[in-house]
Design a protein around this ligand. Structure first.
Ligand SMILES: C[S@@+](CC[C@H](N)C(=O)[O-])C[C@H]1O[C@@H](n2cnc3c(N)ncnc32)[C@H](O)[C@@H]1O
Length: 404
């Protein structure tokens, strides 16, 4: 089929099939159809049945050197055929070996070409699950990662650490959130898709979140996701997202009015050392925003800003006068165990960082940790009651928890 004819054919199919309940035609896909004539003709799905399309797509992606060729083919086909993303959805349709509509075949061809160019699956299908929420994903905003789900879970576990036991000695679910009915105020620095803040708001009904990001694309996407996760009414009440850096936020009216107000600062900042950017996977390097990845010479540029500026924004943190001491030159280091119970009710900082960072952070920050017996700021000017490194589920140091 000649290029122009094929574009017209695709456009007519798009219109003709858009009323069919099984066919979901995306505007992005319609736009992409205009480039379909530039695709190679080496990816033919025949017969146009589920199993054959899946096998051909997986083989094609593998031959193109795509990592995770099979799972890529699975997600792309599930989306192209609009059948849901669960493994059971895939298996049921594979067993039925359903016949795909021409528009679905064309979509699948386009998807495979994009994946062969190493575009991440999440950007191709336009969404991904994070902590049970489906979030819109759009290049170049960073795709939320599974480790970050662990960070959310750590915060929730820490807030709900009062498990109750009933008369039969059985655990009765998780305890109330710390702070009871009081509003819990969260600051999400570098919100990206909004993943961390929105997952926390979804779980913590008394929480509100201020999110900031230097990327306009991220702010727009986080607002879109807030609408779909929280509902239009609640997102305006519980979530605000500002296009600014942490420095700009602190200097702004919003930031000045929020001094000493936040219970939790959370961030998954850019933390990859600049020298390591070139060796990242093509999917990451070519499609995700460099500003979401590059953390400067040692990966800690934004972390230092958070440790420097963050305490003044936290409850009980304003006025300690020690945050400047903690900031510049601090490389972050060794671990002192967090003192169970101490610091409860004080503001906290939760960070996701690179494997090399947590232990180094604990070491560097330990001179700023108050002795166990003291309360408030010590004569040494220490500003934190605890600093601890936490490992991820794979056993790698990954998170840092700082309590004022
Ligand atoms: C690693 S991404 C994390 C995105 C999201 N929080 C997540 O976990 O999926 C880091 C984000 O921080 C933003 N960012 C980088 N420097 C920043 C700064 N100085 N102030 C605020 N945001 C910043 C980037 O634009 C990017 O969206």
């Amino acid at each position: 089929m000649k290029g122009f004819t094929r574009v017209m054919y695709a456009a007519c199919l798009t219109l003709a099939l858009s009323r069919s309940p099984r066919i979901r035609v995306r505007s992005s896909m319609i736009r992409s159809m205009s480039s379909i004539n530039s695709l190679d003709s080496d990816l033919i799905f025949s017969p146009p049945r589920f199993k054959s399309v899946y096998n051909s797509a997986a083989k094609y992606l593998d031959e193109c050197g795509v990592p995770d060729a099979k799972s890529s083919a699975r997600y792309l086909l599930c989306d192209a055929a609009n059948i849901g993303y669960r493994l059971s959805d895939f298996e049921r349709n594979r067993d039925l070996d359903i016949e795909l509509a021409p528009i679905e075949i064309e979509t699948m061809r386009l998807y495979c070409k994009q994946r062969a160019d190493r575009m991440p699956v999440q950007y191709i299908i336009g969404n991904w699950d994070f902590f049970g929420l489906q979030l819109a994903c759009k290049p170049p905003v960073l795709i939320p990662r599974p480790e970050t789900e662990e960070l959310v879970q750590l915060i929730l576990d820490s807030l709900r650490n009062t498990t109750t036991t009933n008369n039969y000695g059985q655990e009765q679910g998780r305890g109330r959130e710390r702070g009871g009915d009081r509003e819990l105020r969260i600051l999400d620095i570098g919100c990206g898709t909004g993943a961390i803040g929105l997952a926390l708001l979804h779980e913590l009904k008394h929480a509100t979140c201020t999110a900031i990001d230097i990327s306009k694309d991220a702010v727009t996407l986080a607002q879109t996701n807030a609408g779909s996760v929280l509902g239009e009414e609640a997102w305006a009440r519980r979530y605000e997202c500002h296009h600014m850096s942490l420095e700009e936020f602190v200097a702004s009216d919003v930031g000045r009015n929020a001094l000493g107000m936040y219970d939790i600062i959370v961030s998954n900042p850019p933390y990859i050392p600049s020298s390591a950017i070139a060796s990242l996977q093509k999917e990451v390097r070519d499609y995700e925003d460099i500003r979401a990845l590059d953390g400067g010479a040692d990966g800690l540029d934004v972390v230092r800003q958070i440790i420097s500026k963050g305490p003044a924004l936290l409850r009980s943190g304003a006025g300690t006068g020690t945050s400047a001491t903690a900031s510049d030159g601090v490389e972050v280091g060794v671990g002192e165990e967090a003192r169970e119970g101490e610091g409860r009710g004080r503001g906290e900082i939760w960070l996701e960082v690179s494997e090399e960072h947590p232990d180094a952070m604990v070491t560097t920050l330990s001179p700023l940790v108050r002795p166990t017996s003291s309360s408030g700021t010590s004569s040494s000017g220490a500003s934190f009651s605890s600093v601890r490194a936490i490992r991820d589920l794979s056993g790698n140091p990954r998170f840092v928890h700082i309590t004022l």
